[in-house]
Ligand binder design. Structure first.
Ligand SMILES: Cc1cc2nc3c(=O)[nH]c(=O)nc-3n(C[C@H](O)[C@H](O)[C@H](O)COP(=O)(O)O)c2cc1C
Length: 528
């Protein structure tokens, strides 16, 4: 924190050297001594040096006090636990920006500016490191994450503030959704609040600046990071900087979400696949995990891609392209599925496509088109809010939690189904046998040593590349998670990570810190 530290250092310096401080003291202070000097000669010496020294010390003390107060205010206001992050900022944003999208844009640009000035809210490491705290770390794709909380897609649509979001304490940040070509999204207004039930409705329609633009921004971020630590861009991307190439932070992961353009005909699977593949080519290098979005309710036909055949084709193409990423360790691939496709046959189709394509995991949940069961019993909402609930778009809010927990349980069971694993293991055995015979032929012809072709051992700070297709599929949960207890519910249902969006909008910048504290308290209580 350059400015306050500079001020603090100067203040300490002034306090330690009163003579210098006295020289710099404001002019009116010596005037008191000159008045006294005119009364007697004998007092001249004492009055000119005495009060001047004393006032110098007082000034130094005053400046020091002021500075220390400034530092204290800085430390407090930039701490995610400051009360106003929860009780002042969110209502103030709602008051100042009646349009929810304007509030969203203002929040993103404030975070961006505050981050560049090092004045952004952050979770201070010491906060959560109390002795005897239960361990809430999780391991995902071989990466050890300090906590199971993530920020889900749509908050940072254009990858403008991933670092500011990581600073809030999340171990995973998902940026996007990003489409191959820039698109405006739906006409405004397209985001609405239902504060009586802490809910939101949005029909953004995947407004995106396009994959080239996002890639440029993410590349610039990698370059800046490489420069700070004195290595080149490629070394960072190859994991030689000791951090995952996406998040650029130890023990964190950056997810980049990709989608198709609205104008791409959803019934033309080849064209759709081309859209996603282009995004992989542009963005794969900067992601720890690529997320295939086939579940946003605001792009016509997008959710039809969840049918087994187009989904298998699409996901297989994305996985293949991700494996070609020009980087030592390849990005993992996940698919984000809708909470509304919840019939057994629909879910089974998705699971089949996941296993057949080699995708590494599923993000279960998104906003819902349904409007049933979203008002808690006994809670009244205003006529205006009732009108808002009739807006077209995807609803998100705490009442989605029950559905999310239920879906996670069902997906966990289906994904772990023995039949899928056996099928993949059989296929893997056949593939390996074929590979081995081809390698044998290659060896005879070219003489390439076998170890030269073997997969390199993974660095501990890297996300290991997709390889073992029979390993358990990972689930991240999203939808209605707003506190630590909710997070524990989805984790106990079979998810590895609990993702938040709407909870942050209403709960403010301290939401994630609070959730982690709540998880720890819950764990402690249940262990007691
Ligand atoms: C304004 C807004 C924009 C969103 N944009 C996206 C998006 O671009 N891609 C996506 O997959 N999900 C998007 N979502 C869905 C969220 O990522 C999340 O899955 C959903 O809101 C449920 O979680 P929550 O209850 O914590 O909000 C958006 C949600 C909101 C409220």
């Amino acid at each position: 924190m350059a400015p306050p530290r500079a001020v603090a250092r100067r203040a300490l310096f002034l306090a330690a050297t009163p003579a210098v401080a006295a020289r710099r003291a404001p002019r009116q202070l010596p005037r008191i001594s000159s008045q006294r000097a005119s009364s007697t000669t004998s007092t001249t010496t004492t009055t000119t040096t005495g009060p001047s020294l004393g006032s110098g010390v007082r000034t130094a003390a005053f400046v020091t006090g002021l500075t220390l107060s400034g530092v204290a205010v800085y430390i407090y206001t930039t701490d995610t636990r400051a009360f106003f992050h929860r009780y002042v900022v969110p209502p103030l944003l709602r008051f100042m920006y009646p349009d929810a999208e304007e509030a969203h844009n203002a929040a993103v640009s404030s975070m961006k500016n505050l981050y560049s000035l090092n004045l952004h809210p952050r979770e201070r490491a010491s906060v959560l490191a109390a002795n005897g705290d239960p361990d809430i770390s999780v391991s995902v794709f071989g990466t050890h994450l300090a906590n199971p909380i993530a920020i889900s897609a749509g908050l940072d649509k254009h990858a403008e503030i991933p670092d500011a979001l990581f600073a809030l304490g999340a171990s995973i940040v998902e940026v996007g959704g990003c489409t191959p070509r820039p698109q405006e999204g739906n006409p405004k207004p397209r985001m609405f609040r239902v504060p009586g039930i802490d809910g939101l409705i949005n029909r953004y329609g995947l407004n995106s600046r396009g994959a080239d633009n996002m890639a440029m921004r993410l590349r610039e971020r990698v370059r800046r990071f490489a420069k700070t630590i004195g290595v080149d861009e490629l070394s960072v991307l190859n994991g030689e900087a000791g951090v995952p190439p996406g998040s650029l932070l130890p023990g964190r992961m950056l997810l980049v979400q990709i989608a198709k353009n609205k104008e791409t005909d959803e019934s033309n699977v080849d064209a759709v696949t081309k859209d996603y593949v282009y995004c992989v080519q542009q963005l794969g290098r900067y992601a720890d995990v690529l997320v295939v979005n086939v579940s946003s309710p605001n792009t016509p036909g997008l959710r039809d891609l969840q049918a087994v055949e187009p989904l298998t084709k699409l996901l297989s193409a994305v996985v293949d392209e991700a494996r070609k990423t020009d980087r030592k360790t390849k990005p993992r691939v996940m698919v984000k599925v809708s909470p509304d496709e919840d019939e057994e046959s629909q879910m089974e189709g998705i699971v089949q496509a996941v296993w057949a394509s080699g995708v590494d995991g599923v993000i279960v949940g998104n906003t819902t088109k349904r409007r049933t069961g979203i008002i808690p019993p006994g809670v009244g909402i205003t006529p205006k809010e009732q009108m808002t609930l009739t807006e077209t778009g995807g609803y998100s809010g705490p009442m989605m939690l029950g559905r999310t927990v239920n879906l996670v349980k069902r997906y966990r069971k289906m994904l772990d189904g023995q039949s899928w694993r056996e099928h993949v293991q059989e296929k893997k055995a056949v593939d390996e046998a074929v590979d081995a015979s081809i390698a044998g032929i290659d060896d005879t012809i070219t003489g390439i040593p076998k170890e030269g072709l073997a997969a390199k051992p993974e660095a501990s700070n890297n996300i290991p590349s997709t390889g073992n297709t029979a390993e358990q599929k990972v689930i991240f949960a999203t939808g209605g998670i707003t506190n630590g207890r909710d997070a524990l519910q989805v984790l106990n249902a079979g998810a590895s990570i609990a993702m938040v969006y709407t909870g942050l909008v209403y709960g403010g910048a301290g939401t994630i810190t609070r959730m982690k504290d709540e998880i720890k308290k819950e764990v402690n209580t249940s262990e007691a």
